[in-house]
Ligand binder design. Structure first.
Ligand code: AHM
Ligand code: MG
Length: 334
């Protein structure tokens, strides 16, 4: 009978308490986990609670806000402000940074996209939250305009057939936690996650509808994937929710591409709360997170320093085998 129940549950709280000596970081991760559970509950009840559709507002980057975007944002902001350990918050859904009132302020600055992939909400396709955490320097928004090297914790939570939180303390391992709905706790289910050593499944993942806007090397690389490397054509997979596409890439292998192009010269995805946190996860799991050719060179996403809280960056994330195909196409193009 007892084997039906976990007598020694390896919870998120236990992992965080064991792996950081910083009690405020424990509080922060618990507050984030609470907001992920609230968001998961709202996403799961979206149909019956009539949460599909637009809220009637436009967000920081000009996108129409969905009802669930607004709710998820409020859930995160409230949880983080009342945690007592945050001083500056940046959300995709708020044009300006949120400065936490002095009586509730602590040492962390948190950037987040509360519900990424929200164009998928109304048909119940996977969505997710992405976050990055920095430590206060002067308590202003500049504390967040730093490269990934200064990020102390980054991760995402995927709301799908299961709810899964994946995060890393910078310089550490990548760890995965599934929400056990029977006890309402995140349980440590993936230990020291690694990008597949051999590159994994041959998958390319991009919005190919942008093909005519792409630079030639990206067009060429996608043609190589389609016609086949070593005689084996790649499979195309694109959810259109970055969290789901990156989670699959991390687990199965392949390459995820949202490049700079003629339509979006800086790419589409936001540097601070989409690009950098995902780059840290992918790199610390053994993959490559490249900008492709951007600002005169091919660089790492994690070394970009955002020049504004909502700035964008191009993204090519995958293993050496597949990112190498794209690099070869850049070389050939000269
Ligand atoms: P969002 O933050 O407004 O939801 O936009 C980000 C999303 C990513 O999740 C996804 O990878 C990308 O936009 C999809 O863009 P597109 O529809 O251009 O393929
Ligand atoms: Mg979003």
């Amino acid at each position: 009978m007892s084997d039906m129940f976990d007598l020694d549950a390896p919870t998120l709280s236990r992992y965080v308490m064991k792996n950081t000596k910083d009690p405020e970081l424990v509080i922060l991760l618990n507050s984030l986990a609470t907001s992920f559970k609230l968001i998961a509950s709202a996403v799961g009840r979206a149909g019956v609670a009539k949460l599909y559709g637009l809220a009637g507002e436009v967000n920081s980057t000009g996108d129409d806000q969905k009802k669930l975007d607004v709710m998820s944002n409020d859930m995160m902001i409230n949880a983080l402000i009342h945690s007592g350990v945050c001083c500056v918050l940046v959300s995709e859904e708020n044009e300006d940074p949120i400065i936490v009132p002095a009586d509730k302020a602590g040492k962390f600055c948190v950037a987040f996209d509360p519900l990424d992939g929200s164009s998928n909400i109304d048909c119940n396709v996977s969505v997710g939250t992405i976050f990055s955490v920095y430590e206060r320097k002067d308590g202003s928004v500049n504390d967040l305009l730093r490269s990934g090297a200064d990020c102390i914790c980054a991760g995402y939570c995927c709301y799908s057939s299961a709810v899964e939180l994946v995060f890393t303390f910078n310089g550490g391992t990548v760890e995965g936690f599934c929400l056990d709905p029977t006890i309402g706790e995140f349980i440590h289910t993936r230990i020291d996650m690694k990008f597949p050593a051999d590159g994994g499944k041959r998958i390319y993942s991009c919005n190919e509808g942008n093909y005519i806007h792409w630079d030639k090397p990206i067009q060429d690389a996608v043609s190589v994937f389609k016609s086949g490397v070593d005689g084996e054509p790649y499979t195309a997979r694109y959810v259109g929710s970055m969290v789901a596409d990156i989670h699959r890439t991390l687990l199965y292998g392949g390459v995820y591409i949202y490049p700079a192009d003629k339509k979006s010269p800086k790419g589409k995805l936001r540097c601070l709360y989409e690009g950098i946190p995902m780059a840290l996860i992918i790199e610390q799991a053994g993959g490559i997170a490249s900008t492709g050719y951007f600002q005169g060179k091919i660089g790492r996403v994690a070394e970009l320093v955002p020049d504004a809280i909502h700035c964008k960056c191009p993204i090519i994330m995958g293993g050496p085998r597949d990112v190498g195909v794209i690099y070869d196409c850049y070389k050939k193009a000269g």
